[in-house]
Design a protein around this ligand. Structure first.
Ligand code: URA
Length: 239
């Protein structure tokens, strides 16, 4: 793991960072992402399909989990596995639990509209959650659950290997960036996050379910969406 802390004023909880196997690179210079990639060639689709199936199987065999024992279905991921854009939410709600697919309820409808606003079709991105089983009564996953499932999430991210990673909401932020962060401070800022030795251009933004509860926050979400669109255009990413 390479750790560079250049020109930054943030205080890190290094033990926590080590424990969650991620680190940040803060640098005023643009990062040559190709240097950080062990293999920056597109991973063949069959290879990804196989790895995703193995990961799903691994999650399916989780034992002693309150989430799993209360849920109807494993909710794994949805969308284009070759997409350059990967979105991570919190966990399945009631509808997702019924259908076994992420973001198919009200929050999913808003997510689709948010993507459409920046000219992205939902089917063209890949979507998953931190926890793959619906928390009882839609409660927020506990810290220990976030930590446990973050291992699977990191594997999931490294298989999909997106060019842009969008963390929606505090649970996704916590799973990847650690628990000592506030979403209002972190949102809308690009970060380079290293997961399993690859660097991912990552942005935190509000979760659509939060926006449904607090519509006055949509103006910030719109700022973040525009930042994401700008980066897609800047990198000439095809989505
Ligand atoms: N909220 C999430 O975080 N994920 C879903 O799949 C649905 C709602």
């Amino acid at each position: 793991m390479i750790k560079k802390t250049i020109n930054q004023n943030h205080n890190f909880d290094l033990d926590l960072l080590k424990s969650i196997d991620c680190n940040y690179i803060f640098n005023n210079e643009p990062i040559d992402r190709s240097k950080n990639k062990i293999n920056n060639m597109d991973k063949p689709e069959e290879d990804k399909i196989k790895k995703l199936a193995n990961l799903k199987q691994e999650i399916n065999s989780i034992e002693d989990c309150k989430l799993k024992s209360n849920a109807a279905k494993l909710v794994f991921g949805d969308g284009n596995i070759q997409s350059s854009l990967m979105i991570v939410g919190e966990g399945p709600g009631q509808k997702e639990d019924q259908l076994g697919k992420p973001f198919v309820g009200d929050a999913g409808n808003l997510l689709n509209k948010m993507l459409k606003a920046i000219k992205i079709e939902r089917e063209k991105v890949y979507v998953t959650n931190v926890v793959n089983y619906r928390p009882p009564n839609n409660r927020k996953p506990e810290q220990s659950e976030i930590y446990r499932y973050s291992e699977y999430l990191k594997k999931h991210i490294s298989i999909i290997d997106p060019k842009i990673l969008v963390l929606m909401g505090s649970t996704a932020m916590e799973a990847i960036l650690g628990s000592n962060k506030r979403i209002s401070n972190e949102r809308g800022i690009w970060k380079e996050v290293i997961i399993k030795q690859n660097s991912y251009k990552t942005i935190v933004t509000f979760h659509p379910a939060y926006l449904l509860r607090k519509p006055d926050q949509k103006k910030f979400s719109w700022e973040d969406l525009k930042i994401i669109r700008e980066e897609i255009d800047k990198q000439n990413i095809e989505i």
